[in-house]
Write a protein that binds this ligand. Structure first.
Ligand code: ADP
Ligand code: MG
Length: 323
């Protein structure tokens, strides 16, 4: 029989990459500058996320693993003005319901840290312990107690590639943060010292991209678009290198994708696509992040504003591409 936390976990935690996403978002919300992700077997045997963020007191930690205990929303109005990535208070309780989890955490001024061990939602151990400032969450044996979930997973190599892709997106959405991914002990991504978007793009996609990069910058009444795209001299055969972020959240948007493709109509041959990273910054009240538990969907509340934004993007791209 499934517990409420296991059922909730099904919505938030579909596969290893969902665990990584939730843990790294927590690290970002905690103000971390350096985030290390380690995985084994595509995240099935181990996911460990270590950060140098603000950490938690033992009290905070006990609250954090309870459902709907978020430190990030004081009132429902805060949802309209959300600057943090998390707000549901569901991730940690969901993860701890379907795995064995060990957390080490320490706040800056605290004399000692705290260690917590929890398996399938049952606390096994909570004690003061030595810990660097920040938080390390180790998740082992994901879905050990929910075999039905486990059955839906793809081979470890594939699950690992989803995590790699996620880290790449997180790096592009937060260029100033150092991300590192170790897969089976091997360094597969490391952005330490690469803190400008254009350098990250070159790092990820190669030197040919650097030469083709065009800076994008545009202002609308209620928002602002900036980023980089490649011009006519560079193209890919798929859309995998086109990334949109609204207020540092990745979004998948057909409308924005269409605006980009239309802008390139006279620049690239049919079936060819640019590298593009576009950061859109809007008043938080203009977007709706409350669409899906995994928060992959962000909607722009006002459809006419959404149209304006697409036009702005398209115009800006076309102007820059023809220069
Ligand atoms: P949410 O992020 O929606 O608030 P979570 O379940 O992801 O909910 O986390 C619960 C709480 O635990 C957070 O509100 C935060 O206070 C705390 N927390 C989780 N991860 C970290 C971390 N890496 N550093 C500091 N605090 C954390
Ligand atoms: Mg969270």
């Amino acid at each position: 029989e499934l517990t409420a936390n296991q059922i909730a976990a099904g919505e938030v935690i579909e596969r290893p990459v969902s665990v990584v996403k939730e843990l790294v978002e927590n690290s970002l919300d905690a103000g971390a500058q350096n985030i290390l992700v380690e995985i084994r077997d595509g995240g099935l045997t181990l996911i460990r996320v270590s950060d140098d963020g603000v950490g938690m007191s033992q009290e905070d930690l006990c609250l954090a693993i309870k459902r709907h205990a978020t430190s990030k929303l004081q009132s429902i109005d805060d949802l309209q003005n959300l600057y943090t990535l998390g707000f549901r208070g569901e991730a940690l309780p969901s993860i701890t319901a379907v795995a064995r989890v060990e957390i080490f955490t320490r706040e800056k001024e605290a004399p000692a840290g705290t260690k917590l061990r929890i398996e399938g939602g049952d606390i096994k151990e909570i004690t003061p312990a030595g810990s660097p400032v920040g938080t390390t969450v180790s998740v082992t044996d994901l879905f050990y107690n929910t075999p039905a979930r486990r059955k839906f997973l793809r081979p470890p190599g594939y699950e690992g590639s989803l995590i790699h892709e996620l880290l790449l997106q997180l790096a592009l959405s937060h260029p100033e943060i150092n991300f590192r991914l170790l897969n089976q002990g091997r360094d597969v991504l490391n952005t330490k010292g690469i803190n400008r978007l254009e350098d990250l793009l070159t790092h990820f996609y190669g030197n040919n991209v650097r030469e083709a990069l065009i800076k994008i910058e545009g202002k609308a009444s209620q928002g602002h678009v900036q980023g980089f795209v490649t011009g006519a001299t560079y193209h890919k055969v798929n859309r995998s290198a086109i990334h949109f972020f609204i207020n540092h959240r990745r979004i998948i948007s057909r409308e924005l994708m269409k605006a980009v493709e239309e802008a390139y109509e006279n620049t690239l041959p049919k079936g060819r696509f640019p590298v593009a990273v576009l950061h859109i910054n809007l008043q938080p009240s203009l977007i709706d992040v409350n669409v899906h538990p995994s928060k992959l969907e962000v909607r722009i509340r006002d459809s006419s504003f959404s149209k304006d934004l697409c036009l702005l993007l398209k115009d800006n791209l076309q102007t820059n591409l023809s220069l």
